[in-house]
Design a protein around this ligand. Sequence first.
Ligand SMILES: Nc1ncnc2c1ncn2[C@@H]1O[C@H](COP(=O)(O)OP(=O)(O)OP(=O)(O)O)[C@@H](O)[C@H]1O
Ligand SMILES: [Mg+2]
Length: 392
Amino acid sequence: MNIDLSGVLYTQLKEYEKKYNDALAKNDLENVKKFALLCANTENQMAEKVPDQSKSHLEKAKKWNEIVRTAGSAPRKRVVETSGKGGGTDDDLSTFGDTLIQVSTVTWKDIGGLSEVKSLIMETVVIAGLSRPDSIKPDKGILLFGPPGTGKTLLAAAAAGSLKATFYNVKISSIISKYVGESSKLVTSLYESARNHAPSIVFIDELDSITMSRDDDQSEASRKVLASLLTELDGFQDKKSDKLILTLSATNTPGSLDDAVLSRFPKRIYIPLPDRKACMEIIRIQTKGLDISAVDLDQIGELCVNQRYSGRDLQNVCRDAMKSMTRRVNKDIFDNIENMAALSFEELQKKTLKSGPLAMDDFTRAIGRVKSPLMPEDLKKQEDWNKQFGAS
Ligand SMILES: Nc1ncnc2c1ncn2[C@@H]1O[C@H](COP(=O)(O)OP(=O)(O)OP(=O)(O)O)[C@@H](O)[C@H]1O
Ligand SMILES: [Mg+2]
């Protein structure tokens, strides 16, 4: 979430995270522990190098250490292939590489605005997690819809991060297009794995890719994928189980959802663009650890709403503003960039990039540069659809 000015460590961290995810996907416990530990150590180093953000890095280091600790005590079983139809293994899923199973360190606090949506998902998670009378059934799956960059993926990641659940991040289009013949088996494998790694949050992105109107391979695969998906969703609701597997799905073109898909997702929540207050909250989150006391957030929030910014646009604005600040407070480096670029990597590592207070100008200039891709009519379409089909 936070922008880290210590690029080298950041790159290293990303590499360790990737290796950690690879190991997790393969159930390679030894490497899961090894790379989680390396992530923890790197976060600790980042806490030292970037004092402004030390609290957040120390928190992340703590989470990684927790993963190291629990990875040993609760080894994750390899899924054993069951005979006949419906059997699936993690090996089937490994074709997706490291993007499928993830560890989420996102929490509810990382999300600005959307308080009603957050409460609603929290409620669903709590009801699904609690022991309850048979008559009370948790939601089968929740559909999140809205313009791009408004926090749909972030919400699913926060649900997983807060629960310390395994996070399956799946683009349905990749299941359908790459593995046409295997599609339904992959869905079964996905849920088989989710059951084995419970508690799990299964996030199914680009739900609109399930289209059945055409008469081709793609539609045939879509039909099978949808049938398997519905079987899994129904199965979880009906089976009495102490395992939590919650499916969240997302689209930014709800109007193109197939009726058959829509009818099976009765809970449909609109994730709108942030209002002024939410913009202010998102800016605070995105600049956590930095001094923004000189910035009139009310005024910036207003400008951002007028620009039709999403959370992603706000993230870009903050990044741009931080870049301006970095250039300003590190004049010695940036006025001398050619000489700096001639230094060896080791020599560069010995120097530190300073951080300073953000100025109002940093933001107003950034707002001039970041353009929202949305037109008013795009938003109207989403809002109209929400009025007609949205249901929470
Ligand atoms: N409500 C929010 N609070 C804080 N950050 C946000 C929020 N919404 C978006 N962001 C920032 O924007 C980035 C993109 O958000 P996210 O990926 O969740 O959008 P999305 O709705 O899933 O978009 P898409 O429809 O394109 O998949 C996040 O990683 C985060 O940095
Ligand atoms: Mg997304």
